[in-house]
Structures are given as structure tokens and as C-alpha cells.
Design a protein around this ligand. Structure first.
Ligand code: ADP
Length: 350
């Protein structure tokens, strides 16, 4: 039975009054009216006495605990003040407070465990990614060094050295991407916003990736074909260049041979939507959100073979979000993939 101090006080008061009234009625044979009045006064007096002494006692006992709790709470949750103190039912409130705190602690613990698992997974991924090109370079260099009798001819040596150099370049790109992502996640990278022409930037990127596209027979196109001479946006040009190089590079890599990669620039009232579209094999729905995770690859062997660090889209997502936009993927398996985001236009008169 869970009785409050108020109920207990009423019960005791009724009991005491009942006993006293019965005694007064039987003993000195009080008239009924006086006996009734005496009963009422006794109930009220007993109730107040018992109730107040209960409350006062409980307060004295638990005030210490309660003050301690308030102290802990104030340290973390400054908004909680003394408004809870000196109200009835302190035991129930202390219990509620303890439960609430325990619940919060549990949530924090769960979050820590989740972060710890992510950290472990990230470390495992990083060491795996570093190991692959490092061991390859090490292998080629040692093969040449161990060839004391000069069995390997000059041309093969040069080929091995070129392969070692290519592996070291991959390693260098990976370490640079890791540094970039660490800085973006720490929030120490400031976006240097400036006005620049998006059409010129896309043409520059097409020139940069021209040879890579030609190797796969891919055609690079700007849409719509009749774009204005310039399309100004306000953003960090170098960072947006990094995003677009990554998106166009992926579109060539994962697009089909002799396919088409289209960069569409659509001017809206407040900003410009930039979409990079390919006609490759597409991305199944279950992978669509995951491709922005660090080191997530759909086809592990194929992506690594093509030299990607697996960090390109994770970095691109951070950069786009630092421009208060979001990067979205739309894809149909067998038809192709579009990745898009928006950039702000300069304010009128700015
Ligand atoms: P990677 O260096 O492996 O290309 P990214 O972060 O750029 O790393 O991309 C992550 C993964 O997303 C890729 O490994 C690939 O599986 C998938 N992906 C990215 N872009 C496309 C695309 N246009 N079409 C199909 N899959 C893509």
C-alpha cells in the first residue's frame, strides 16, 4: 500500500478523534452537538500536527540528499533551480529526480559505447587502407633491393619503381584526405566565401578530367547547353572545386563505358542547384545513404582498384554542409546516378 503523508495524517487524526469522541460521549456523557464539535476540532488539530511533523521530519532527513542532488544537477543542467525545494512529497520527488538522472546517465553511456565502437571501426578501416598501398610499395622496393645478382633487367626495375611510386602517391592522397576530414570534423576549417563563376569552374574541371574521361570514352557535358556567360555564386571556390572534382571523377569511374556525364546548373530564385548525373549502373536504395560514410564502398575491389580513398563523398558532404546545404543522391539501378546540392547566389547589389 502506497500512502502519502497526507493520507496517513488524515487516518491518524480520524483514529485519535474517534477514540477521544467515544470516550467523551461515554465517559462524561457529553451532549451529541458538543461531542461532534470536539471530534471536528480534534481531527483538524491532529491532522495539522501529524502532517506538519511528518513533512518537517522527512525534510530534515532528506534535505541533505536533496541539496546534494541539486548541486550535481546545477553543475550540469544550470536551468534547474531551487523551484523544486520546499514543496510537499519530497521522497517522491527525490525518487523521480534520481530516476531522471539515472536515465540521462544511461543515455550518455549508450552514446559513449556507440562512439567507442565507431572509433574502433574507424581505426581498423584506417589501418587497413594504409596497409594496402604501403605493403605494395614496400614489396616492389624490396624486390629490387634483394636482387643482388642483377637478375632483374633495367626496364623491369623501372616498372617496379613506377608501381612503388604510384602506391606511395595513393598513400599520400589518403593521408591528405584523412587530414582534411579530421579538420572538417573538428570544425577548424573556415569556408572562405567569395563570388565566383560556376560555369568557368565546371569548364576548368572538365579540362582537368578530360583525359580520364577519354580513356573510358565518356562524354562530359554542361546543361543546359545555352548557359549564361557567367553564373555567379557565393562559396569557397577551392572547396567547391574539390567537391565537383570528386563528383565528376566518381561519375566517370562508376558511369558506363562510352557513357555521358552531365553537370546541370539550374538557377533558382535564391540559389543555383548543381547536379552531376551519370548513366552508370546506379546505386541500390540500401547503399544510397551509406555512400557518404567514411570508407564505405559498394564494390570494395573495384573502387580501390580505381585509386579512390573511399573518403571523397564523406569530405564532399562536410564541405556542402559547411555551406548550409545538403548533398542528395538520386539513383535508379541500371539507369544511373545523380548527386546534387545548392549554392547561394550573391545578394542583389552586393
Ligand atoms: P571512392 O574513393 O571509393 O570513390 P567515394 O567516397 O567517392 O569513395 O564514394 C564512395 C562509394 O560510393 C564508392 O566506392 C562507390 O561504391 C559509390 N559511388 C560514388 N559515386 C557513385 C556513382 N556516381 N555511381 C555509383 N556508385 C557511386
Amino acid at each position: 500500500m502506497n500512502l502519502s503523508s497526507r493520507t496517513i495524517a488524515i487516518l491518524i487524526a480520524l483514529l485519535v478523534a474517534g477514540v477521544l469522541t467515544a470516550y467523551a460521549r461515554i465517559g462524561p456523557t457529553l451532549p451529541f452537538r458538543e461531542a461532534f464539535l470536539a471530534a471536528g476540532v480534534t481531527v483538524a488539530a491532529c491532522f495539522l500536527l501529524v502532517y506538519l511533523s511528518f513533512e518537517a521530519l522527512i525534510f530534515r532527513e532528506i534535505n541533505g540528499i536533496y541539496a546534494g542532488l541539486e548541486h550535481i544537477k546545477r553543475k550540469e543542467f544550470k536551468k534547474l533551480s531551487s523551484k523544486f525545494l520546499f514543496r510537499p512529497e519530497p521522497v517522491k520527488r527525490v525518487r523521480d529526480e534520481i530516476l531522471l538522472m539515472a536515465e540521462r546517465r544511461q543515455q550518455e553511456l549508450d552514446e559513449l559505447v556507440r562512439l567507442q565502437a565507431l572509433r574502433r571501426e574507424f581505426l581498423a578501416d584506417v589501418s587497413h587502407e594504409l596497409k594496402t598501398p604501403l605493403f605494395a610499395a614496400q614489396g616492389f622496393v624490396h624486390t629490387i633491393l634483394d636482387d643482388e645478382d642483377d637478375d632483374i633487367d633495367l626496364a623491369t626495375r623501372r616498372k617496379f619503381l613506377a608501381k612503388a611510386a604510384a602506391s606511395l602517391d595513393t598513400l599520400d592522397a589518403l593521408v591528405q584526405d584523412l587530414v582534411t576530414i579530421a579538420q572538417l570534423e573538428k570544425g577548424v576549417v573556415r569556408m572562405r566565401r567569395q563570388r565566383f563563376d560556376l560555369v568557368a569552374l565546371v569548364r576548368e574541371i572538365f579540362e582537368l578530367l578530360e583525359q580520364q574521361a577519354a580513356r573510358r570514352g565518356t562524354v562530359l557535358e554542361l546543361f543546359p547547353p545555352t548557359l549564361p556567360a557567367e553564373l555567379l555564386v557565393v562559396a569557397d571556390r577551392n572547396r567547391i572545386r574539390q567537391v565537383l572534382v570528386n563528383l565528376v571523377d566518381n561519375a566517370i569511374k562508376y558511369g558506363r563505358d562510352h557513357g555521358r556525364v552531365v553537370v546541370a546548373l539550374v538557377e533558382g530564385s535564391r540559389g543555383v542547384r548543381i547536379a552531376v548525373r551519370d548513366d552508370g549502373s546506379g546505386i541500390a536504395p540500401e547503399h544510397q545513404n551509406r555512400i557518404f560514410e567514411r570508407f564505405y564502398r559498394i564494390d570494395k575491389s573495384r573502387s580501390r582498384e580505381s585509386g579512390g580513398s573511399g573518403l571523397g563523398l564523406a569530405i564532399s558532404k562536410h564541405i556542402v554542409e559547411a555551406h548550409k546545404s545538403t548533398i542528395k543522391v538520386k539513383s535508379t539501378v541500371g539507369e544511373g546516378t545523380t548527386l546534387e546540392f545548392k549554392l547561394s547566389k550573391p545578394k542583389m547589389g552586393a
